[in-house]
Design a protein around this ligand. Sequence first.
Ligand code: CNA
Length: 362
Amino acid sequence: MNSADKRAQRPAVIRQTRNSRSAQQSYEGLDPGLEKRKKQPDLARDQDLSQRSVCGPASEAKLSQASPAAFRPTSAPKRPSVAKGCSGLASVAQLMRLGRCKNVVVVAGAGISTASGIPDFRTPGTGLYANLDAYNIPYPEAVFNVDYFSDNPQPFFSLAKALYPGSHRPNFIHYFIRTMHHKGLLLRMYTQNIDGLEKACGIPDDKLVEAHGSFATASCHLCYTPYPPEEAKHAIMNDGVPTCTFCTATVKPDVVFFGEDLPQKYFLHTQDFPKADLLIIMGTSLQIEPFASLVNTVRSTVPRLLLNRHTVGQFERVPLRRGDHVELGDLENTVRAFAEMLGWKDEVEELMKRQEQEVCSS
Ligand code: CNA
């Protein structure tokens, strides 16, 4: 098959940054009950809240400052600062202990890897977007813009040197998800991360969708001719530019840039999300489409648990959807607490210790 054919066969679903207006439109389109709930009188809204939960150290004072205004749907009502009906984590842990969640879908972002020493994008101060001076680019997203890359691949290659798998190790959160798989509860993990830490901790390929690609393969950014990934890595790590053997354009690791198609495997979501009986969303700002809207595609009766430093996406709205739970705070601490509630903590720690020791000694 030639490269033009390959391109034609790719699905027309591309990665985009969500803006607040389109975010709101997509919520409204996907949630027919939203208009009705927005019009609820305060009393009804308060009663409704008691069936949902927002907890965690950050749920009060930090909420108003944590999420940058530019990323918050502008007309969404603000969440009240006092949480009712705590704790979401405990409610979901109870459901899991009762055996009610056997098809868990996990949706993850860069926040699950900050405990491994990899900065996320948007955390003020430490996020990559706040530290891009060194890359000399006109705007943060340029680093993942394919047209920009075509003219100047250096900013992405500088970033790639820091993100290439090998220099970071999975943390408790990754091993918690792998333990969920060991227990036969993980239907699939959908990650936006490109650091390869899910694979490194042993989550098998068939349980993992790397929706924004990975460094595991490489190809020409113009004609898609595959290129040996180790050679691409070697060139990039040594400040070289890998070039296509077919058309001489620049080769890049198969990380999905803005405007590029998502991998075929992403489309497993059409089978998985309708089957899910629990959705856990971890460490993501839910800003990148089409990934962000996946969380709206589980059945309306399915519990959704957001674990993050601050509320994001639909979880910023009042009232929360029935069955929605939010646990705010540092993700690693939250997941440790979750593991404790489930009685899994020792198992996760043991698995992590064993595997990390094996890696150190090999
Ligand atoms: P993002 O937009 O930076 O959002 C990360 C979210 O995680 C934010 O809401 C943070 O508040 C939250 N967060 C970060 N650290 C913690 C913590 N310790 N405890 C609790 N919450 C925390 O990143 P997204 O993943 O939402 O955006 C998608 C982009 C980021 C994807 O396309 C990735 O390719 C890209 N990315 C990936 C990596 C990686 O692979 N590790 C690193 C940086 C960026």
